[in-house]
Design a protein around this ligand. Sequence first.
Ligand code: 13P
Ligand code: SF4
Length: 355
Amino acid sequence: MAATNNKLVTEFGVFDVPEQQVETLSQDEKQFVKAKIKKLLKQQNAVLVAHYYVDAEIQMLADETGGVVSDSLDMARFGNEHPASTLIVAGVRFMGETAKILNPEKRILMPDINAECSLDLLCPADAFAKFRAEHPDRTAVVYANTSAEVKALSDWVVTSSIALEVAEYLKSRGEKILWAPDKHLGGYIKETTGADMLLWDGACIVHESFQSEALEALSKQYPDAVIIAHPESPRAVLELAQVVGSTSQLLDAVIKLPAEQFIVATDRGIFHKMREMAPGKLLLEAPTGGKGATCQSCAHCPWMSLNSLQKVLTCLEQGSGEIVVDEAIRKDALTPLQSMMDFGKSRNKSVAGDA
Ligand code: 13P
Ligand code: SF4
């Protein structure tokens, strides 16, 4: 994979990477658009399900209107349990597809249907099917950051917040794992659990750009700062981190740890929630491979940046950005996804039971 400005060059083709989008509405315009969105959410029995990486205004609106801002697992849980008949999924496409797979009766709209994920693009279904066919003795575990088609070819779907536990469980059953697509998360799970895993060669263009040497230098400047990292980051970065976890787990660390300073190796969109939940703590961006025009992501997912207030309004007004998943694929993808949801529930129950 080579990530040059605006292009992702892979063995599976060359993909466009969008320019970072910046909100251009004035304060008055924002208030106007927000008021309209609130009205339409009520009228259409709709709820906003947002990821931590999207624009802070969308996160605030989700909170204000009874929606959710969370990691990808909790987005799936929330959308599944909420009685709304329409879910507005502000994130990237795999999040919208996950919502549709779990809730075929609900209408799933996305502010921008072109919000991709490099991990998804780097794992086309036909190539994954071949990989799977070459290793019939292995249990196929895929990251949630994949298409519905790839999920349909798998035995388990996991998100970063539950991946370690599922791998431990499969290992305890003597199962060998075929993992796709994120090599960094896969490597981290393999090393942490000791599970027998064969890894696909994919990566997130945002997290892959974090630089361990520059991180070490920054850490020397701020010796009291706790380094926290998402497991999509390269191994050398994870080795420097005191906390490795999903976006929710990183947020939790900032809130609960007594430290006052943190170096954060994940998308800077999450700084909004971190500042809100842990006011006064110093949050530093982990260094990336470039600056300004020389870096492709600059620690912010270009596809997540496609979500804007105006587009939330447009999808509600026009019913645009609807997620459609072929029914046969949806049914096949539901089984591995449901396994994760059920596993999460049983684990939560046993944790509550232990208390
Ligand atoms: P989380 O499930 O940790 O929110 O991760 C989703 C993602 O795409 C991170 O880049
Ligand atoms: Fe995908 Fe990376 Fe963007 Fe997350 S940050 S959605 S893994 S490209």
